[in-house]
Design a protein around this ligand. Structure first.
Ligand SMILES: Nc1nc2c(c(=O)[nH]1)N[C@H]1C(S)=C(S)[C@@H](COP(=O)(O)OP(=O)(O)OC[C@H]3O[C@@H](n4cnc5c(=O)[nH]c(N)nc54)[C@H](O)[C@@H]3O)O[C@H]1N2
Ligand SMILES: Nc1nc2c(c(=O)[nH]1)N[C@H]1C(S)=C(S)[C@@H](COP(=O)(O)OP(=O)(O)OC[C@H]3O[C@@H](n4cnc5c(=O)[nH]c(N)nc54)[C@H](O)[C@@H]3O)O[C@H]1N2
Ligand code: SF4
Ligand SMILES: [Mo]
Length: 695
């Protein structure tokens, strides 16, 4: 039986798969033990790659919306129509009248990583948006300011650390994010086996918290206070020690002055942790042989996302744990996207309506609907969505849904006719998953050890199919009038590998092809100050915009945070092992079983409201309401309720037969696009004020 080896590109863990197949059919998918990064680990989603491959709802040729429904058209006709549609709008209203939204799978796709950029550039619009601002934007702004490059993201050296402080992440379910660490469970056990400790800070006692040594509840949105309290204790007790970082770090005095204003005793009641516990955690962290603080979605998608991600870095730096074994370290990737690419820039422009800052030319997605709905010069009248489902995944998705419905023209490059793409005039469906070649440009950059792996396609595309990159190239040709320059993803990859940091080892596409399970390039190595991208090669510990934002934190919480009487509960999200954002609910094996789209509510809150387990409840926020079953559970803290995101497949006009049977509701019909981290513009999905009623 032939076995095909490849990396799973569904999530950031990039697990090695061994796929047995016969005659164009997948027989089994198991973990590839020889993969140096994932060592045989997979999760239930891997098997769904087969489902996506054979999903009868998946689109394989272009669709055009007509008054009588969708009709299949040829590729050339579709490309011509898309180019003409976009050009028509731009000629009439200017280049910025076309908006672009890029979703998450772009980052998991080699061809899109290399060719979506040139396509967007060929549109010449400033109205660019992506899922970044519904996700990790605060990480990028912090990395840019501290280290001079938005992708200088330090990852926990989990395989060597002695102390792992996890804040607002649930890697046991998400399989890790901004931290490619397949088989996180085993790696976490490893920390404890070497005598280390794992502590989790989260408003929910998550699957990860359950397996940790300690878990503390925290009220959503107050982590910046806790981090300042920890930093305060460390400095006050004389435990700050930058080690070799001291030689090239500026701004410790500023940090000392700021943290001085946050003694644990003053903030303890606000965050719900005892001052002695905060001081103990600080001491443990600072005195462990090595330690690392890791903060993810729960920290970045909240009102103080930027401050949180800055302070996570500060905590690691002032304890000397940045760029050292067992601390937070940087990769040296074989395809060095960091070394060869742009460093990024923040806040060069502001969005038209709400004046939100751009990040490397992208505006916060929280502003997308208003840019479409607000008349005036620069209004968006046409959209291109690329591998994104913003109707379900961005704040106030309902409003965006309506906005998209009113556009003059829309093209969607997507494999499904779903909640977002149903608004398109033309859908251009690419190949996906098993039909594509893969090299993970981004997640090798964020991995807990240095590895490289190339996967050829398992199945050749069918005659009428196009890869994402071929679609981009065809559109670029039509928009610019320039002919095909012959570049392909594998040519670019090979060039990047041969010019990269492992050129002395003769790493190339050909050498990777000889080792289908991947190549081990060794553990993470200290690389500072050389690898810094700041002009003077020094770490900026106290960048101005972060320092300034501390005032907002103080204003919010001094003397007491405002209470919402109409909306007394705080809503947070929750990821689930058998979901992948919004787009994998059409796989029956992933959605079968009991309804997972429930409202988690603490027994005390349930009792006060008279809510029984399993009962239908309505949840109201400033922008809307949804109805779903309650799940009474003390895994969520009192005052906090939780709904998973990515559901809400009841909307008319989508072609997702299985998902429709398991529709659930969309949490983003409750999240308010006005709730953002004002400094970075990132959506604040966590801590949304809501009210729950029976019925
Ligand atoms: N309330 C709340 N909202 C959230 C989150 C949350 O935690 N809470 N999480 C946020 C996060 S972290 C993210 S990343 C975003 C995700 O936001 P989005 O990226 O907008 O949403 P996805 O559900 O990932 O949608 C991916 C789309 O890509 C399509 N697709 C899949 N594979 C391919 C492919 O190979 N090529 C092409 N062209 N298309 C493909 C799918 O059909 C789907 O339409 O959601 C965010 N929204
Ligand atoms: N199975 C599965 N895996 C996925 C995805 C998926 O949809 N399903 N999505 C992928 C994507 S796009 C991403 S970005 C990653 C995300 O990866 P993670 O960040 O690990 O995922 P989440 O489960 O969103 O974890 C966020 C945690 O923050 C907590 N939280 C909420 N608000 C706060 C707060 O104010 N403070 C603190 N301290 N905690 C808070 C939540 O309870 C939750 O446990 O996962 C990826 N992996
Ligand atoms: S953990 Fe992620 S990469 Fe690994 S098999 Fe599951 S979905 Fe694929
Ligand atoms: Mo994400």
């Amino acid at each position: 039986m032939p076995t095909h080896y490849r990396a799973c590109n569904l999530c950031e863990a990039i697990c090695g798969l061994a796929i047995e197949h016969d005659n164009g059919e997948v027989l089994s998918i198991r973990g590839d033990e020889k993969d140096p990064l994932s060592r045989g680990h997979i999760c239930p989603k891997a098997m769904a790659l087969k489902d996506i491959y054979s999903d009868p709802d998946r689109l394989k040729s272009p669709l055009r919306r007509t008054d009588n429904g969708w009709e299949q058209i040829g590729w050339e006709e579709a490309f011509d129509e898309v180019a003409a549609g976009l050009r028509r709008i731009q000629e009439k209203y200017g280049a910025n009248a076309v908006g672009v939204y890029q979703g998450n799978p772009n980052v998991h796709n080699l061809g899109s990583m290399l060719f979506a950029g040139p396509f967007i550039k060929s549109l010449g619009t400033q109205n660019r948006f992506s899922a970044t601002s519904a996700d990790q934007l605060p990480h990028h702004v912090a990395a840019l300011d501290l280290y001079g490059h938005f992708l200088m993201e330090a990852v926990p050296d989990i395989d060597r650390t002695h102390y792992l402080l996890i804040m607002g992440a649930n890697p046991l379910v998400s399989n890790g994010s901004m931290m490619t660490a397949p088989d996180f469970a085993a790696r976490m056990r490893g920390v404890r086996q070497r005598g280390g400790k794992v502590v989790v800070i989260d408003p929910r006692r998550t699957e990860t918290a359950d397996k940790a040594d300690e878990h503390f509840f925290i009220h959503p949105g107050r982590d910046a206070l806790l981090l300042l309290g920890l930093i305060h204790s460390i400095i006050e007790e004389g435990l700050a020690n930058l080690g070799r970082l001291a030689d090239f770090t500026d701004g410790l005095d500023v940090v000392r002055a700021i943290a001085g204003e946050f003694p644990p005793e003053n903030i303890a009641s606000l965050i719900g942790l005892e001052a002695v516990a905060i001081r103990r955690l600080a001491r443990e962290f600072a005195t462990a042989p090595s330690a690392v603080c890791y903060g993810r979605m729960g920290l970045s998608t909240q009102a103080f996302g930027g401050l949180c991600q800055w302070l996570v870095n500060v905590l690691n730096i002032i304890t000397g744990n940045l760029d050292r074994e067992g601390g937070a370290m940087f990769t040296l990737p074989a395809f060095d996207y960091v070394g060869m690419g742009r460093t990024g820039v923040f806040g060069r422009r502001n969005s038209r309506v709400s004046s939100l800052p751009d990040f490397s030319g992208e505006f916060p997605v929280a502003a997308l609907a208003e840019e479409i709905l607000t008349p005036g010069e620069g209004q968006i009248r046409a959209m291109a969505t690329i591998a994104g489902n913003p109707v379900l995944s961005t704040p106030n998705g309902r409003q965006l849904d309506e906005a998209l419905a009113g556009l003059d023209f829309m093209v969607a490059i997507d494999i499904y006719l779903n909640e977002t793409t149903r608004h398109a005039n033309i859908i251009l469906p690419p190949t996906t998953g098993l039909e594509t070649e893969h090299y993970d440009i981004i997640f090798h950059v964020l991995a807990v050890c240095n590895t490289a792996k190339y996967s050829p396609p398992l199945f050749e595309k069918e005659a009428g199919q196009r890869h994402d990159w071929e679609i981009f190239k065809a559109l670029i040709e039509r928009l610019t009038g320039k002919g095909d320059d012959g570049t392909t993803p594998s040519l670019m990859l090979d060039f990047g590998l041969r010019a990269g940091p492992y050129r002395k080892e003769s790493l190339s596409l050909a050498s990777l092809q000889e080792q289908p399970s991947g190549v081990d390039l060794g553990p993470l190595q200290p690389c500072l100050p050389n690898r810094l991208f700041t002009p003077d090669k020094r770490i900026k510990l106290a960048p101005e915009r972060f320092v300034r934002d501390v005032d907002r934190l103080q204003a919010t919480f001094r003397p007491e945070p405002g209470k919402h009487h109409a909306f007394p509960l705080a809503l947070i999200g929750r990821r689930q092992l058998r979901s992948n954002n919004s787009w994998m609910h059409n796989s029956y094996r992933l959605v079968k079983g009991r309804n997972r789209c429930t409202l988690l509510i603490h027994p005390e809150d349930a009792k006060n409201l008279g809510v029984q387990d399993g009962q239908e409840v309505s949840v109201f926020s400033s922008i809307g309401s949804v109805r779903l079953p309650a799940e009474v559970s003390d895994t969520v803290m009192p005052g906090v309720v939780s709904i998973p995101h990515g559901w809400g497949h009841e909307r008319e006009g989508a072609q997702l037969a299985v998902a429709r049977q398991h529709a659930g509701i969309s949490i983003n019909d409750l999240t308010d696009s006005r709730l953002i981290d004002v400094m970075t513009g990132n959506a604040a999905f966590n801590g949304v004020p809501v009210r729950v009623e029976i019925g």
